[in-house]
Write a protein that binds this ligand. Structure first.
Ligand code: JB3
Length: 214
């Protein structure tokens, strides 16, 4: 029997995770979120308080789900929540939407979240607290670091290596055997055909917009 679950954060990412957890018939204790009133109801769950409300439950009796997403503009809140509670021996559940295809030998570390319609092929390993968002494809033998966000619809071909804290934007495409250094941001829609060093931003071509003359 799995342990009851507390969700950290009550925004858009949490809402999608709660939907997965309900489809998996998980027992949900409630949400902790410093910006919500204690005792209010959010996404059909009780708000337990701010993050320190987790400590009303021992690390042995609950599991955590990190409901805070990660986008390039944020300040690493998702990673710091993971590290704070992990250091205090709380366990972050690894969550896979039932509609995802995960090859048999794929390794997903603690707190990895795989959303609807994802494909992850043989030999791939994904480290702690990373998100593989809806419809992304990660081909064979990729290595994905910690606290990475692979946004909806991104495609990584075989043997791609992705460092910690990387953001791969919506619909970006990475060809085979590319290495992306830690902390880099691959803009939505980019096509990456060469290695990217650490802490780089890759900008894709942008659509031109013109008014229609009538
Ligand atoms: O792009 C996609 C498919 N998803 C995005 C996701 C990856 O990231 C989504 O569109 C959002 O841009 C973002 O989702 P997230 O993190 O749920 O963002 P938002 O909807 O703004 O909700 C953030 C929540 O975190 C809010 O409810 C905040 O009150 C809460 N929050 C802020 N600080 C916190 C803290 N929660 C906890 N537990 N602790 C905090 O310190």
């Amino acid at each position: 029997m799995t342990k009851p679950i507390i969700i950290l954060g009550g925004g858009g990412h949490a809402k999608v995770l709660i939907d997965i957890l309900r489809r998996l018939n998980c027992r949900l204790v409630g949400i902790v979120d410093p910006n919500q009133s204690v005792g209010s109801v959010l996404h059909g769950l009780n708000v337990l308080g701010a993050d320190n409300a987790v400590f009303n439950y021992s690390a042995a009796e609950v599991e955590l789900i990190n409901g805070v997403g990660s986008l390039p503009k944020d300040k690493g809140l998702r990673a710091s929540l993971f590290n704070t509670f992990n250091d205090k021996s709380y366990h972050f559940k690894t969550l896979v939407d039932p509609t995802a295809f995960i090859a048999a030998d794929v390794e997903l570390s603690d707190g990895v979240q795989v959303m609807a319609g994802v494909i992850i092929q043989a030999g791939t390993k994904i480290a702690e607290n990373s998100i593989v968002n809806s419809g992304a494809i990660i081909e064979h033998d990729c290595r994905i670091g910690r606290h990475v966000h692979i946004a909806p619809g991104a495609v990584l071909s075989g043997t791609v290596e992705v460092g910690d804290y990387v953001h791969i934007g919506t619909g970006a495409k990475i060809i085979q055997s590319i290495s992306i250094g830690a902390g880099s941001i691959i803009g939505a829609g980019s096509v990456v055909t060469q290695d990217i060093a650490c802490s780089q931003i890759v900008y894709p071509p942008r659509s031109k917009i013109k008014s229609i003359e009538r």
